[in-house]
Design a protein around this ligand. Structure first.
Ligand code: ATP
Ligand code: MG
Length: 245
């Protein structure tokens, strides 16, 4: 199946490009074409597929990975198209009024989400990090949004111990939900944006407290997952389901 998409991609204008992959959209599917700077090597690809399958079985909102293949030295990944659109995919960073308007609309939408939305976001974020995959929070395009739901994309095997990131996790989550760092330029012209961001911070903080007792406990619990590869958590899970990686 992936061969057909690789062939179709040759005759298609690419739809969007990140720093490392080109993305071709075909209806419900997307074909990602790696540029080689970041790659799916033979050692990590099967692990990544197995982890993503486990995450999906556990109901974590990630874009489903269907298949992967290397052709003429280029790696491809076939995924299901994530529902919705990039969390903040607008021209937020210009002084353009339209960009500000769209930014505010998205902030209103996120800030009016209920507790279950925030609980799920925190839950899925933790599950993904604890699984041995990494989330890249530096781009809000790595999170797809449709009202009520966030889907995580652009997940790669983690190369850095999770321990080093623990102080940053709350900061990263909140930065993603408010649309990155640069939108502060927009907030400087809008009191409403500041208020909406505060609401998002409070709702996110409450979700973290619900999940982990308190924020300190939340930070502490990430101590358990300081290995480079699969965490104990997932090793146990894999054993319990008799899967091998
Ligand atoms: N499953 C998917 N569903 C819908 N769109 C997707 C999907 N995967 C990727 N895309 C689109 O392609 C873009 C690039 O994909 P991705 O983020 O995986 O690549 P990248 O080059 O690693 O990105 P980055 O610039 O964040 O490093 C995404 O921002 C998104 O717009
Ligand atoms: Mg990306």
């Amino acid at each position: 199946m992936i061969d057909d998409f690789i062939e179709m991609a040759k005759h298609t204008n690419r739809s969007s490009t990140g720093a490392n992959k080109k993305c071709y959209v075909f209806g419900e599917y997307v074909l990602l074409c790696y540029n080689g700077y970041v790659d799916l090597n033979d050692e990590i690809a099967p692990k990544k597929v197995a982890i993503m399958q486990l995450l999906m079985q556990r109901g974590v909102n990630i874009a489903a990975l269907i298949d992967y293949k290397k052709v003429d030295g280029i790696s491809y990944e076939l995924q299901l198209r994530a529902p919705g659109e990039e969390l903040y995919d607008y021209d937020l960073y210009s002084s353009d009024e339209n960009g500000h308007k769209k930014y505010l609309e998205r902030l209103r939408s996120i800030s009016s989400e209920g507790p279950e939305f925030y609980d799920k976001f925190v839950h899925d974020w933790n599950e993904i990090l604890n699984s041995g995959l990494n989330i890249d929070p530096s781009k809000t395009g790595n999170f797809f949004y449709t009202p009520g739901k966030i889907c995580f994309i652009d997940l790669n095997m983690r190369t850095m111990p999770l321990e080093k990131r623990k102080e940053y996790i709350y900061m990263e989550m909140s930065t993603v939900l408010r649309g990155g760092g640069l939108p502060w330029m927009c907030t400087s012209v809008s009191k409403e944006a500041v208020e909406l961001i505060k609401t998002i911070y409070i709702k996110l903080g409450e979700a973290i407290i619900r999940a982990h007792g308190d924020i300190e406990a939340y930070i502490m619990q990430t101590d358990k997952y300081n290995d480079l590869g699969l965490s104990d958590y997932f090793q146990d899970y894999i054993k319990s389901t008799s899967r091998t990686i």
